[in-house]
Each structure stands twice: as structure tokens, then as C-alpha cells.
Unconditional design. Sequence first.
Length: 629
Amino acid sequence: MSLNKYMHPRNRYKSAKPSFLQLALKYPDFRAITTQDESGKVFLDFKNADALRALTRCLLKEDFDLTVELPMDRLVPTLPLRLNYIHWLEDIVGTDGKKWGIDIGTGASCIYPLLASKMNQWNFLATETDAENFYHAEKNVANNNLSHLVHVKSSADESILTSPLQSFMDTEVFDFCMCNPPFFADHMEAQGLVTTRSDDRPEAGSVSTASPQECIVAGGEVAFVRQMIEESSVLREKIRVYTSMLGKKSSLAQLKEELRHQKVAKFSSTEFCQGKTMRWGLAWTFDSSVTFPRSEFEGRKAKPPLLYVIPKGSSSVEYKVHELARHLRQILESIKVHCYQGKQAKSFTSITLTAAENTWCNQRRLRRQQKWKNSRSATESQQQDNKCREERKDESSQTDNDTHQIFNKDTSGRLPKDNKENSDMAMATEKEKPSLADESSESHITKMSQKRSLDDTSDTENGNAKRLCTEISERGNGFKDHSENSSSQRDKTKGNESSTLNGINSSEVKHYTVYAITKTPERSETDDFEAKLENGQKVSEDPNISKESKSVPNEDEAHLSGIMENVSEVVPSTSFEVPSQPKEYILKCVMRLKRSEDNINLELEWLDGKSRELMHQVFTFLKNKLAQI
Ligand SMILES: C[S@@+](CC[C@H](N)C(=O)[O-])C[C@H]1O[C@@H](n2cnc3c(N)ncnc32)[C@H](O)[C@@H]1O
């Protein structure tokens, strides 16, 4: 299939194929390497280097009025591809005013500077390491009277951009740099003995004319462009836009990773389509005012968003666009996916999702692990309870003895002041007039003693489930003191956790408290107070504080945990953070919720990231969550 329809719209060869017949009639050199059939049609053998050389020279002359020498053993540039690259650059830097560019590895033809200076009067610094190429490049520039615009510079291997720029004084800053790097890593790759070309792709239609020193570099194009990226992070805005062509699509992902790592302001890629070949363009900048054009080819592939009709019948979330959006947002933020609220209307909302890491896979496994941890700690606390109960039994028999002593001592029947509990006990004793050996009295006192027990199993078993809010950092004992200790504890936790977040500024991280929802007996304030004592915790004398320690979270806070599914279960609880928008991300997509007649649709549309597969995973994750509500 010809890719010509995806050529740059301004590429002159997109709609007007060169006429071999016209060229053969006009240029004897070209005529010499062509064949003609009986009908008069002219043919060219694209596997013949001489034929390619003759074609390029003719077209340069015919269409650009350039006279170019192309030495026998050097790369013959194909023009449609070179024009695609130049037009893409024009789209990025514009064609108005004077422009300065750098062509890294200009080759013997000096093709990019010759074409671009001829077309746009752009100024060029053209570098070249190969002596023969350097010689021919200088000659080609001079032969076309372009020396006032194009400066060819012999360059050393060790630095791609830094040293050529050091001694070049004609301009302070450059609008762009461009490069067609040596693409192969070794001779095996150059000879096609190892290839990334898939089996179902047709063989290349033309022969490679490049010499080894032109097309081979240690590490291949990825290593070469990676070095450019590293040097660019030092030179930064000395060059406004850095670009390179790439021969393999697989190189793009690796280099984009490097660009993320170097924290460039922006980067973009494009496809150069011509004939049966495709190449890729990568551009990056440290100047955030630069805008990159959208690739025509990518636009062709624009896929419709993923769509899911949210089922009705949920009891915990209202079937309303904004309620569902809020619910999904809370779930996503709980797994560290950044949510940016975009457009909103009555029946529509859009949120941009940015994820620095894959946190949506293995959620089931993580939940299982957490459940297992919880059940283990439940067993431990059960053992602890049993122990306490044993001790309390001893205590109550001790209390019993004490009560006996009260009866024995206080024969006047006066109650000890400021001791409600003793008062109750005494009143009970008064009312029931138990004998010192009365069993019912003993069991009553034991019951009261048990009522104070924090985790009385009979109370738990009565199924009187109630939410207990517990800040996770203090989860061990089940109660929290909202005094200063608590916030400093939170700050400590914040410090530890923030530093582990990938690419997220810790100072910008908002903290949320997750509440455990657990089955627990009803308790009085006194119970809480005493429970703290039993747990050896400092008890605040401010009654408001102890009240606050029991406050139930509102629905919002509970939702934030994303753990509303099993209210009556002991559920895993974790502390999570809502991160600021990560600069480095693996996925960026738009989530939309739209009302359509009676239904509400969830849409996910791809923006950018490592692969679309990640968006599909998030989509499935959200669908599962919606199915649970
Ligand atoms: C694939 S060729 C491209 C030639 C030309 N730009 C074109 O597009 O036809 C790569 C060129 O880069 C040159 N080269 C390799 N390493 C270089 C470096 N570090 N600095 C400048 N040129 C280099 C090679 O000698 C070769 O001429």
C-alpha cells in the first residue's frame, strides 16, 4: 500500500508524481539508466544505486534548481522523505522571518540545508564527521551559491551538538536542530541480518546506498539521539526545538522515556509517510511556548472513545452524572490517578486522568493481601481479648471482694462521693439487698465489669454494626487522639510516603484520612475513656476531644476510602494521597460522563501515554467498580 496519501500536504510529490518520461527526455544521464517498454512507458530500477542517484540529481535540478554532486559510495537522499521532514519543521518553527537551524550529519549531499535554504532562506550550521562527506557537502553548498546561508563544519565524534556550537559565533540561539542519525547498531543490522521489520511487511522497495560510516553507530539511532537529548538538557534554550528523524518505530518509546527522564518541557512525534516507507520524527523543547502540530497519520488512526453504559440500580450512588463522576473520581484518586476537572454541564462532565504509575492492576491481589493481614491482626486481637477477659475476671472477683468490703465497712449506707459507678453498684446493692454471698449480685457486678470491656464478643455478635472512624496511622488501638500528637504523626507519615511517589512534588500532596468501616459494639463515652486507659493511652481531659474521637465520617470521607462495598465486614484500610498532576506519566486520557436519554455513559478517550492498553485496563477497572455499586 502506498503511504503517499499521508505525505505532508505541502509535499510537492504528494499529488504530482515525477514524470519519468519527461525527465528521460530532458536529462540524458537519467535516460541512460531507464528502460522503456513497447508502449513507451519509462521504468526505473529502484534496486540500482546509480538509478537512484540519477533520479535524485534530476529532481533536485528540475524542481529546486539545485546542482548536487552525489559521490558513488555515499548515501543517496530520497526527496519525498526529506521534504516531509522540512515541512514538519516549518509547521513547528514557522516560515516567517530569519531562521537559524543546525543539521547534524549533513552527509555528502548536504540535502537538508540545500533544500531548506533554497525554499525558505533559512540559515544553517551543517555538521559532518566523515571527511569525504564534509568535502562534498562544502562543494555542493558553494556550487549552488548558498555559502552565505549554509556553513558546513567538520565535527568530531565525541560530541554531537556541544562542541560544534562552542566555536560558532554567527548566531547566539538556534530556532531548531535536525538530524538523520546513523540508524544501525552494527553490520549485522545494516545488512538486514537482524531486523525489527515484521514478516508480513513487504521488502524494502529500494536499495540502501549508505556507507558503513554513515549508517552505523554504536548503540544505533537510540544511542545517538539519546546523546542528543543529554546534550540538549545542558544547552536547553540555546536551541528552541530539538528534532531527529528515526528509522524504527521501536526507538520512539525508548527515546520518549529518556525525554521524560530529562524533564523536557514538551515533546512530540510524527510519522513521515512516503511510498512504501515510513519514518518517524521526534521533537522536544525546553521552551513551553512551542506548540507541536498534530500528526496527519495519527489523526487517521484516531479511534472512537471507549464507551460503557453505566448500569442503573445502584443503592449507594445516585444515578446522576455528577454523583457518579464524584464517585469515580474518588476511586481514581485513591489509587493515585490525578484527576483534573474539565468542562461541566448539567448532564455532562469531563475529567482528565493522568497516571504516573500503574496502580489499577492487581487491585484484587492487594485487597486479598490486606484482608489476610486484617484477619491475622483480628486473630491476634482476639487472643489479646481473651487474655484481657481472663484478667478482668480476676479483677471482678477482686472488685467483688472490694464491694464486700464496702458493705462491710460502710454500714451507714452512705455512698462514696463522685463515684457514679460505685454509686450504681451501691444502689443496686441497696435495691436488691443482696446477701454477701448472693450469686446474682456477683453476676450483676461481673456483667457491669464486662460491659466496660472494649471488644465484648456478645455485643459484637448481636449484629449491631456501627462505623468506627479510625485514623489509619492509629489503627492499632482503634482510637485516636486528635490532639497535636495526631497531626505530627500525620506529618511524619506524609514525609515518608511523599518521598516514594514517582515524579510528584511532595509539598503539593494533599492528604486524606481513610476510615475503616467495621462491625463494633455501641459504646458509651465512658467506655471509650476506659478503653484508652486499658490501652495505656493518654486520655485527654477535654470532653470534646474524646467525643471527636468517635465521630462518624460523612459519606464523602467514607467514599474516599473506596471501600464502601462491604460495610459490615472488617475491611482493609489504607492511607492514600491525592497527588498533584505528575509531570512524568504513563497514561493521560479523558473520562467523560454523559447523560443520553435515560442512561449515563462513561467514555474514556486516549490522549497520550505509553500504550492504549493501559487505558483499556483503566476502563475495565472502572467498569468493575461501577458494577459493584
Ligand atoms: C544517515 S546519514 C544522513 C545524511 C544526510 N543528513 C541525509 O539525510 O541524507 C548520517 C550522517 O551523519 C554523520 N555523522 C555520524 N556521526 C556524526 C556526529 N557525531 N556528528 C556529525 N555527523 C555525524 C555520518 O557521517 C553521516 O553522514
